[in-house]
Design a protein around this ligand. Structure first.
Ligand code: IPE
Ligand code: IPE
Ligand code: MG
Length: 244
């Protein structure tokens, strides 16, 4: 694992996918796959913090995951409860700030309390931010930003001409968090599944054929290497083409 994330890599986002298939391949209940997925998350949080990354955003429950059977949804909530209860003290001691990205509506009260606790207990930390996307859907996030701005226009606080990309970005749930430079999706699926649609306009995407519970530091290192090998042109030309 490299000692430091390069100066141009501060934020990695991960779609942690493949827990169910991992369990199925072993003839185990999906719940076990999710439990092993939490262990992978612990490894990755530590590795990202150790390499000097500033932000890690993980997709842990999507607004579309409500379509799953109630037993699976409650197992996923149960895991979040366990994660916060078991890991909060260590996250706090390790300098990790926890932030939540997602809609509160629809979540059980005790989950909301735990999420609030994780945020408030770690709010003094600044070294590394773990954003947990929970009950998150990017289209909902965008619509919610639009509604917020529309209300400000209605109230006469701003005019429609004041709405810029920066103002819009600042109205999203993760305000203040820079866009991820790198997005990793595990499990071999090549889709975004309604994650961070606005924020990934110029993000480098790395799709990996590994199921999330098997994701290791080596996989993280290889994703970062792929990122470093990319030529980020942002619609312009490569540096060598510009200078010739
Ligand atoms: C990712 O694993 C965890 C969540 C979506 C919450 P899945 O549960 O989607 O696992 P697969 O895709 O069925 O293998
Ligand atoms: C995306 O995975 C959501 C999370 C990892 C939380 P899904 O397994 O829900 O995505 P689809 O259904 O394959 O698109
Ligand atoms: Mg999946």
């Amino acid at each position: 694992m490299p000692d430091e994330a390069s100066a141009d890599l501060s934020h990695i986002a991960i779609i942690m996918d493949g827990n169910g298939r991992w369990a199925k391949q072993r003839g185990l209940p999906r719940q076990i796959g999710h439990e092993r997925g939490v262990e992978a998350l612990r490894r990755v949080v530590e590795a990202c913090r150790d390499i000097g990354l500033q932000y890690l955003t993980v997709f842990s429950f999507s607004s579309e995951n409500w379509k799953r059977p109630a037993s699976e949804v409650s197992a996923l909530f149960g895991l979040l409860r366990l994660y916060v209860k078991q890991d909060l003290a260590r996250l706090k001691a390790d300098g990790v700030r926890v932030q939540i990205l997602g809609k509160r509506k629809g979540l059980p009260d005790d989950i909301l309390k735990l999420l609030d606790l994780a945020v408030s207990e770690t709010s003094g930390n600044s070294r590394f931010t773990l954003n947990i996307a929970f009950n998150y859907g990017a289209r909902e996030e965008i619509v919610s930003a639009c509604k917020g701005l529309a209300r400000q226009v209605e109230a006469g606080e701003i005019t429609s001409d004041d709405i810029t990309e920066d103002l819009f970005a600042g109205s999203l749930w993760g305000q203040g968090i820079p866009d991820p430079e790198l997005l990793i999706r595990t499990s071999g699926e090549y889709r975004i599944s309604n994650f961070l649609l606005w924020q990934i306009a110029y993000t480098e995407l790395v799709f990996m054929d590994v199921l999330w519970p098997d994701f290791s530091e080596g996989h993280l290192e290889s994703a970062i290497q792929s990122y470093r090998d990319r030529d980020r042109r942002y619609g312009g030309l490569s540096v060598d083409e510009t200078s010739s």
